[in-house]
Each structure stands twice: as structure tokens, then as C-alpha cells.
Write a protein that binds this ligand. Structure first.
Ligand SMILES: Cc1ncc(COP(=O)(O)O)c(C=O)c1O
Length: 385
């Protein structure tokens, strides 16, 4: 199958970036049963399915409270609202993440204070975070990018010294651990996404906020439903951040499979590492690095390659799905021009945006498909050198 050394392209094989059908097939009957259960109950908003999901998630993540919400974006927005973040406040976060991380800060009228990443893990740089603290800092949001925890201890130290909370953006990292503890339970709040492409995906949008702080949990629950404890009496201004029962019921079917699905992703990551070595590409292609004391759940397997855009185009011509997460860091986004940053200010993030490429890593990927992906990368590099 390998084309290395021959210059010949192997026969084409289709390798999608993600194959949700493959995950769905073995759980289809169980999912349809719970969907029927919810339909028969005609209780669609909140209710026992959401409460059950929250209990099971809290137990899985080892946190005191898990609050189901409408999306990962809303998890971030709600957590910041419940912590009282608003106009005039500064929130420090990475310049390199999915848009929601900084977007939610700006939507509350607060200022996203952007910092560069560590070039090895792509996660927020703790030293740069410390340097960005000012008297207006109100929170720090590390992102556990691609499924690997940020370096939380130094970040928690910076936050403690500044007297502000850490809000973990754990949208991509359910099941990841830092020094043996689940992410999401290490800061004041953890924010998760159940977008279908996540390791634990709903059948639509969904999210979760976790916390060990009883007072914050009560505020999250109140603000999730327009700031009410008693219907039509509003103590504070919240929003509609509710999760619906169908999503909760599907998540309850999927949660017991999460550990197995994650192990399959980790096995695939290890297999890619071996295949890149076997193809003699370990020098040309920078593989993902897992920092010590972290359990990476590989929501994405992201490599650095020379001539990234040409490699991507070649892989696509060979029917290999791949993706760029993310092509433009926040400080170079048009909507954040008002922050007054310039290109070159955060060089590690800018390089990552130019050089990285995510390869298919979903659990059901076969060894043959992975060999085909790596051989296609080898061909691409020999053609684009
Ligand atoms: C790092 C990060 N934060 C926040 C979100 C927002 O989650 P959602 O798409 O569920 O709103 C995502 C989702 O892709 C994400 O990857």
C-alpha cells in the first residue's frame, strides 16, 4: 500500500475527517429507544432526562455540580455572566482557539486580553498569562486545545495571586486529565461542548458547565432560566441557556461509551506516531506532543507540515479529509481589530495558524486508512518539497 520510495500514488481510498455513522450504528437501537421515551413523555425542555444527565456527568467528571446548557458557547457565556463579568473587565485568554472563547468575553462588554501559546502543546503560555494581568483582570480562560489540558498549575497560581477565577474552556477535552484529575473540575468553572464532532457529541447543540462551588452552581441554574427561581419573578437578568431533554437522553446513552471511544482515538494517535516514523517522516512532520502528567483525549490529531496549504490540497485530491484549526488567530480577526493588535505580536500562534493540519482521528478509523493517510502525506511532501 505504501507509495514511499516508488513515487507512485497508491490506489485511492476514501478517508473522511469524521465518520459519525460508524459510531452511531452500534448504538442506534439504544438511541432510538430513549428518543421514543422522550417523545412519549412529551417533556422536551429540562426535566428528568436533563437532571439524570447532570448527575451522571458530575459523577464521571468528579465534580460537585454539572449544569446542562444549550451549547459550549452558552456554557462560556453563562459561566462569565454568573461570575459577574461585564463592561470594563478584562479576561485573559489564548489568541488561538475556536471563536467562542474570545467572542463570549466581547459579547459581555468585557475586553479579551489575548496572549500567545506554547508552541509545543498549542495551549496558553502561563508566563505570558502572568505578564498580562492588570488591576482590571477578572478571569483567566485557558483552553484545553485539541483535547489536551493546558498547564493548569501555573495558571491557577497566577489567578490566585490576582484574586480571579479560572474558567476552563474544556469544550474539546471531555475526559482529559491534568495530574490525574479531570479537566473542568480544576478551575472555578469548566465549560464543555456536546457539538456532534466532540468526543461526546449530542444530536444537535448542547453544553455543560461544571463547578465545585455551591454558590456559583445556584447562580448558574438561576441564570440559565432568565434569572428566575420562581417562574415570572426575576432576581437577576439571565438568559435561555436550557438544554433539551432529547439531547440529554442521547448523551446518557453515549456517556458509558466515552472511555472506549477515547481509548480508540488514543490508539489511533499512537498508530499515526508509529506510521510517521516508519515512513521516515518524523523529522519533516511535527507530531502532537503530550506533556507529562496529562491524559490527551485527541479530539484532534494536529501535525505541523511544511507547505501546509499544498499538503492539504494534495490530501483532499487523494480523498483524505483534513482540516485547519485555526487559520486566523483572534488578534488577526477583523472583528477584533478594535483591540489594536498587529501581526507578528503572537508569533507562536501565527506560526501554528500557518503550519498545522488536523488529520482524521475518530475511533473507528482503521489501520489501513491510517496507513493510506500517512502515505498520502509522504507523497504530498515529496511533491511539494
Ligand atoms: C475551544 C472551544 N470553545 C468553545 C466552543 C463552543 O462550543 P459550541 O460549538 O458547542 O457552542 C468550541 C466548539 O467548537 C470549542 O472548540
Amino acid at each position: 500500500m505504501s507509495a514511499s520510495g516508488t513515487g507512485q500514488a497508491a490506489a485511492t481510498m476514501q478517508v473522511p475527517m469524521l465518520d459519525l455513522q460508524a459510531q452511531y450504528r452500534p448504538i442506534r437501537d439504544a438511541v432510538l429507544d430513549v428518543v421514543t421515551r422522550v417523545c412519549d413523555s412529551q417533556r422536551f425542555i429540562m426535566g428528568p432526562e436533563v437532571e439524570g444527565m447532570e448527575r451522571e456527568m458530575a459523577a464521571y467528571l468528579g465534580v460537585a455540580h454539572a449544569v446542562g446548557v444549550s451549547s459550549g458557547t452558552d456554557a462560556l457565556l453563562l459561566a462569565m455572566m454568573a461570575l459577574g463579568i461585564g463592561p470594563g473587565d478584562e479576561v485573559i485568554t489564548s489568541t488561538y482557539s475556536f471563536f467562542a472563547t474570545a467572542g463570549c468575553v466581547a459579547r459581555l462588554g468585557a475586553k479579551p486580553v489575548l496572549v500567545d501559546i506554547d508552541p509545543v502543546t498549542y495551549n496558553i503560555d502561563p508566563a505570558a498569562t502572568a505578564a498580562a494581568v492588570t488591576p482590571r483582570t477578572r478571569a483567566i480562560i485557558p483552553v484545553h486545545l485539541y483535547g489536551q489540558s493546558a498547564d493548569l498549575d501555573p495558571l491557577l497560581d497566577v489567578a490566585a495571586r490576582a484574586g480571579v477565577p479560572v474558567i476552563e474552556d474544556a469544550a474539546q477535552a471531555i475526559g482529559a486529565t491534568y495530574k490525574g484529575r479531570h479537566v473542568g473540575g480544576l478551575g472555578r468553572a469548566g465549560c464543555f461542548s456536546f457539538f456532534p464532532s466532540k468526543n461526546l457529541g449530542a444530536f444537535g447543540d448542547g453544553g455543560l458547565v461544571t463547578t465545585n462551588d455551591d454558590t456559583l452552581a445556584a447562580e448558574l441554574r438561576r441564570m440559565r432560566v432568565h434569572g428566575t427561581e420562581r417562574q415570572y419573578y426575576h432576581q437577576v437578568i439571565g438568559g435561555n441557556f436550557r438544554l433539551d431533554a432529547l439531547q440529554a437522553a442521547v448523551l446518557r446513552v453515549k456517556l458509558p461509551h466515552l472511555a472506549g471511544w477515547t481509548e480508540a482515538r488514543r490508539r489511533n494517535a499512537a498508530r499515526y506516531d508509529q506510521l510517521f516514523a516508519e515512513f521516515g517522516l518524523a523529522g519533516a512532520v511535527t507530531l502532537p506532543a503530550t506533556a507529562p502528567d496529562r491524559h490527551h483525549i485527541f479530539n484532534q490529531y494536529v501535525v505541523r507540515v511544511p507547505n501546509r496549504d499544498a499538503v492539504k490540497a494534495y490530501l483532499e485530491s487523494r480523498q483524505v479529509g483534513c482540516a485547519i484549526y485555526y487559520p486566523v488567530p483572534f488578534h488577526e480577526q477583523a472583528c477584533f481589530a478594535y483591540l489594536g493588535h498587529r501581526s507578528g505580536q503572537f508569533p507562536h500562534a501565527e506560526r501554528a495558524a500557518r503550519e498545522t493540519l488536523a488529520l482524521p482521528i475518530f475511533g473507528e478509523l482503521t489501520a489501513g486508512q491510517q496507513r493510506y493517510v500517512v502515505s498520502a502525506v509522504a507523497e504530498a511532501l515529496s511533491r511539494t518539497a
